[in-house]
Design a binder for this molecule. Structure first.
Ligand code: SAH
Length: 489
């Protein structure tokens, strides 16, 4: 198992700085023992212009089998011989990734005491992996590395060069080149993506692998177009871990998008306030409609899902019939603003015991949401990508299952009535979709049907005879047992 890392230099910045960055002296070959054999670091070339470090892992197949006994899923564990005779000694797999992180751990973290300023800077890099097992082929290799700023050369390796008619093996020769990455960034890409391409982890995937993935993926994995494939393969398709990782990555992505999203929400609220006829802004009418529907439902313990900056939570607090109010949002920034608005830190104990805010994503089931009388999704569903909507549907109607659910969303038909809205535009940038009354009704009725709720619809704002109201609201109530029985009868 072998890979090389090369860089070029200038008189001011000699290429041999690579030795400092890797914490391995170019003048000598060094050996390190790892759990699966001996890792050698050597420099085939090292001068001011060009410097190449090679990492060679001499796998001890016996140690590998012994360590993996009864737990791994590497290679073909059933056949006794295959345990010893396999590609492990030659191909750059997850073992090489582990060796990389053992031997170059400081470099991977971007730590370099001798040249601290160099560690943070991009440098010309060329990485070559002569035999990389690549499940998914050259195409996937490109899809994984190119979005990260690598120029990728990938050549299939023939099964046997003497017999080209046998076709290609599952190995490729990979050459990566970049001028824009730091060494630490580059190593972290390899650490994650070598095992992803290998797709056969040699060791048991433990829960802390999620943390390792998130740490190594910091700054590049959230938002990578193949993020889902990467997490699922890296975690050997262990679904619960994959889910944890995806949820964490989504929180990171949303937190990054956070500032702009919250600003957009601010602007949208303001825009709505301005375009509405003075007396009652639409946002206020919506809140009033929601409060009225909650009172009618008799709810006292209420979830505000996607609570944003906490306006509804604040209104609910003013009515003592709501004894427990929980605001949930994925955006930390929105929650911070909400907690400031509510003056949570200065609130008397009695009030404070009625209200809770926490961060969470509605695209995942969450035990903290169970057992409430009612849940409100006010102007939230349109912020999710349509393919994520079934996940929200399941989390709310399938798992949390409050007795009442109120959902509001814009009625896109009404958009022609907004004077300031250019034709064909949604009401603000973060809306992933806006529905007609018909579309909303079809969705809501299907949801109700699937989860045993009844649903009714109510307009919010002026109900235009042609295009309907600006906001549409669905009121879901769980069907009582008797009704269900009556229906069944
Ligand atoms: N309910 C408020 C805010 C609506 S804006 C109101 O009616 O004014 C939409 C809110 O949904 C934002 O605060 C956004 O952060 C939140 N949101 C978007 N996707 C989410 C998700 N997957 N999980 C939880 N909250 C989400």
């Amino acid at each position: 198992m072998f890979l090389t890392i090369s860089t070029t230099g200038t008189p001011e910045r000699p290429a041999t700085d690579l030795g400092f960055l890797l914490h391995k002296h170019p003048e000598k070959a060094q050996a390190f023992s790892t759990s699966y054999g001996t890792a050698h670091v050597l420099y085939p070339e090292a001068d001011a212009e060009r410097c190449t470090a090679g990492l060679l892992l001499e796998v001890d197949p016996v140690a590998l089998v012994r360590r993996g006994k009864g737990k791994g899923r590497g290679g073909a564990p059933d056949a006794a011989l295959a345990q010893y005779v396999n590609d492990r000694p030659y191909a750059a797999s997850s073992l090489l990734a582990v060796a990389l992180s053992t031997v170059f751990s400081s470099a991977m973290r971007g730590v370099c005491n001798a040249r601290p300023e160099r560690a943070a800077q991009p440098l010309p890099l060329c990485i070559e992996v002569p035999a990389l097992p690549a499940r998914g082929g050259p195409d996937l290799v490109r899809r994984l590395f190119e979005p990260l700023g690598w120029a990728v050369t990938v050549e299939p390796v023939a099964l046997d060069s003497e017999f080209p008619q046998w076709g290609d093996s599952r190995y490729v020769r990979l050459v990566l080149a970049s001028q824009t990455l730091t060494l630490a960034g580059a190593l972290r890409h390899l650490y994650v993506l070598l095992p992803v391409l290998d797709d056969a982890k040699h060791y048991w995937v433990a829960p802390d692998e999620v943390d390792k993935l998130l740490r190594a993926g910091e700054g590049w994995l959230p938002g990578h177009p193949e993020q889902n494939l990467i997490t699922s393969r890296y975690l050997s398709r262990r679904w619960s871990l994959t889910r944890q990782a995806r949820e964490a990555l989504e929180l990171v992505r949303l937190a990054e998008a956070d500032d702009s999203a919250v600003e957009e929400i601010d602007n949208a609220v303001e825009a709505e306030t301005q375009t509405e006829e003075k007396p009652t802004p639409l946002a206020v009418q919506r809140r009033d409609a929601i409060l009225a529907a909650l009172r009618e439902s008799g709810a006292s313990r209420v979830l505000d899902l996607g609570c944003g900056q906490g306006q509804l939570v604040q209104a609910l607090l003013k009515d003592p019939r709501f004894t427990e109010i929980v605001g949930v949002d994925v955006s930390v920034r929105a929650l911070t603003i909400a907690s400031r608005r509510l003056k949570l830190d200065r609130m008397g104990e009695r009030q404070a015991s009625r209200v809770k805010l926490f961060q969470g994503s509605l695209a995942y089931t969450d035990n903290r949401l169970k057992g409430y009388d009612a849940a409100v999704l006010s102007e939230v569903i349109e912020h999710l990508d349509l393919p994520r909507l079934p996940a929200l549907e399941y989390a709310v109607f399938g798992a949390a299952r409050p007795r009442t659910v109120l959902v509001t969303t814009p009625n896109v038909e009404y958009n022609v009535r907004w004077e300031t809205l250019p034709a064909g535009h949604v009401r603000h940038g973060d809306h992933r979709f806006e529905w007609t009354r018909e579309e909303f009704r079809a969705w809501a009725e299907a949801v109700a049907e699937r989860h045993g709720y009844g649903v009714e619809f109510a307009p919010v704002g002026p109900d235009d005879p042609e295009v309907g109201p600006p906001t549409q609201m669905a009121v879901f109530e769980t069907r009582t047992v008797n009704e269900k029985e009556a229906k069944a009868a």
